[in-house]
Design a protein around this ligand. Structure first.
Ligand code: HEM
Length: 214
């Protein structure tokens, strides 16, 4: 198999497995059982059940659905399914950001960590809106590029948790790990997204005409 196809497929599988695992783990919050909540924030979350449910409900949908939207076969064979899942993804992304913004004032380790989450929420809203606006104008390649950025930001739900695990294994105190992760987790994702976008611009799908330039 062509090495770039192998890289793309293994990347997609890794992203999908991690996203599905974190979506399933996070879905425990939707039972509203305080025992399942982050211990440090249990009282806060109990007092904010509506924004928490909006946030986690939207995040679970967007995180789990996102990878399937990038499959060319699904998009080309079942465009209606792609459109329907795309709308659900967008609603999920908006709910993630809106719920996240409502949780920001009560977030742990303010002001640095909540500011990182607020910037992330604004990024999710901006990139998802740009992706939607592009497809309404039939700008397919521009839509794809903004969707890569939007999903990279949503994928912070995975990288932030991986960051905490790696920091804990390295002996970094929880507060430092949490505060640095609230910024680093999405900045790293955006950098990776820009790499993916740059590779696509010169990749075989563009040369063969399967992707239209923005
Ligand atoms: C991408 C945009 C996101 C933003 C702006 C965001 C923002 C936030 C904020 C501000 C909190 C409260 C943190 C605190 O109490 O200190 C939070 C908690 C939480 N978020 Fe997100 N989040 C995002 C994505 C996700 C994703 C994709 C998931 C997973 C599906 C997720 C799952 C959770 C969960 C389960 C909590 C409760 C605390 C925990 O167990 O970690 N979030 N989020």
């Amino acid at each position: 198999m062509n090495p770039s196809v192998l890289l793309r497929r293994s990347g997609w599988i890794t992203v999908t497995v991690l996203a599905t695992a974190i979506a399933l783990l996070s879905a425990r919050y939707l039972t509203l059982d305080p025992e399942t909540f982050l211990e440090e924030q249990r009282a806060t979350y109990l007092a904010s059940l509506a924004p928490l449910t909006l946030h986690v409900g939207g995040a679970v949908l967007a995180l789990a659905l996102g990878p399937w939207q990038f499959l060319p076969r699904l998009r080309l064979r079942w465009p209606r399914v792609h459109r329907l899942l795309g709308r659900v993804y967008l609603a999920g992304a908006v709910a993630t950001a809106a719920g996240g913004l409502l949780l920001v004032p009560k977030g742990l380790f303010g002001p640095i960590a909540p500011a990182g989450f607020a910037a992330l929420a604004v990024g999710v809203l901006a990139t998802s809106t740009a992706a939607f606006a592009a497809i309404r104008r039939r700008r397919v390649a521009r839509h794809q590029v903004w969707m890569i950025r939007s999903y990279a930001l949503i994928f912070t739900g995975v990288t932030f948790r991986l960051w905490l695990i790696v920091c804990s294994a390295a002996g970094v105190p929880f507060e430092q790990a949490y505060t640095s992760g609230a910024w680093a987790a999405w900045l790293v994702n955006l950098l990776v997204a820009e790499q993916v976008i740059a590779r696509r611009a010169t990749g075989p799908s563009v040369r063969s005409g399967r992707t239209v330039q923005p």
